[in-house]
Design a protein around this ligand. Sequence first.
Ligand code: FE2
Length: 432
Amino acid sequence: MSFDLIVRNATLPHKGSGWDIALTGGKIAAVERAITAEAARVIDAHGLLVSPPFVDIHFHMDATLSLGLPRLNQSGTLLEGIALWGELKPLLTPEAVAERALRYCDLAVSQGLLAIRSHVDICDDRLTAVDALLDVKRKIAPYIDLQLVAFPQDGYLRAPSAAKNLERALDKGVDIVGGIPHFERTMEEGSRSVELLCDIAVERGLMVDMHCDETDDPMSRHIETLTAETQRLGLQGRVTGSHLTSMHSMDNYYVSKLLPLMAEAGVHAVANPLINIVLQGRHDTYPKRRGLTRIAEMRAQGINVALGHDCVMDPWYSLGSGDMLDVAHMAVHVGQLTSREAMRYCFEAVTTNAAKVMGLESYGVDVGCNGDLVVLQAADPIEAIRLKARRLYVVRRGKVIAESAPQTTRLDLPGRPGEVDPAGYAPSGSSS
Ligand code: FE2
């Protein structure tokens, strides 16, 4: 028996060390202790971590890499970001949106990021970004699974043509119903928008993913309505509340009632630590609130929590590199998720948990799953986060689609010649 690819001596996040993985016909054919068969290509993982690909569950591909167009965000706030995006929107062309998105996708592949859920703003009557990203989705399908969310950035009820445009975008093939209840004119209209959008999801048999309560206002409680609608309409497992930053500032007693309701309704939660640590708390003096929802508490209630990158070099965030380990690293810090198992959970939040939110089928390093994996220059998930480990090989459907040389640095120190391995704690190597 000959396989297309065998990865030998792998450490798997959920199974530990010493595994060989055989891939053929785009699928994982075997995961065993010692595979004796031949393969067209063999990679020795040398005991390093082999993970399923990274999944970014919350992104804005229509805005990515637009930093500085037409100007920079001076206040650093969410609201100036929205206003700035509003200035850029009329200037967008399908070609420019697609060119930036494709450039970002190249970066994503190099980072082992092979599944992305992107919101796409539908509040442009031309639906420029919708058409561009639908085209991008087709183009990148061989190497990235892209889901698109119809996102009414300027408010579903607040923007005059948002309702009509949202339906048009879904008709064109956008996958998921979005929303932004905290940006509607009143709390009541926010709630109403959640109800109307959930009804659309039921009618069309789609999933829902709303920007929900991305504010420091503890009274922004649209997640409560989203949860109740999920329950009422039987949408369990198909609804996601993204950002949920108001939960950071909510009264503890109220949260103790809210979280079990979210768990009961099977609502997924998405935190975006990189972006919200810079956007939230901007109106505070000191102490400044941290812009992260309650990850540990939701997890303890059995709510599925995933992490998103949200933005890379756009009106809201001027940094980012498509690295989901950077996202997990920030979550560990801002959420104080520093126990060994909490750090492992952060790795799951950018892989398996996010895949669950997307509803990805055949995801994972198991027999019968798609032949998609990443060999990381790290011994385990915690080390991967600590080092933001290099992706040595990125494999899609059994074929290597990106490769990097291991990271090492040659030192020339008096009496201490050698190389620094990023995984090591001190210079190592021969000093003879
Ligand atoms: Fe977002």
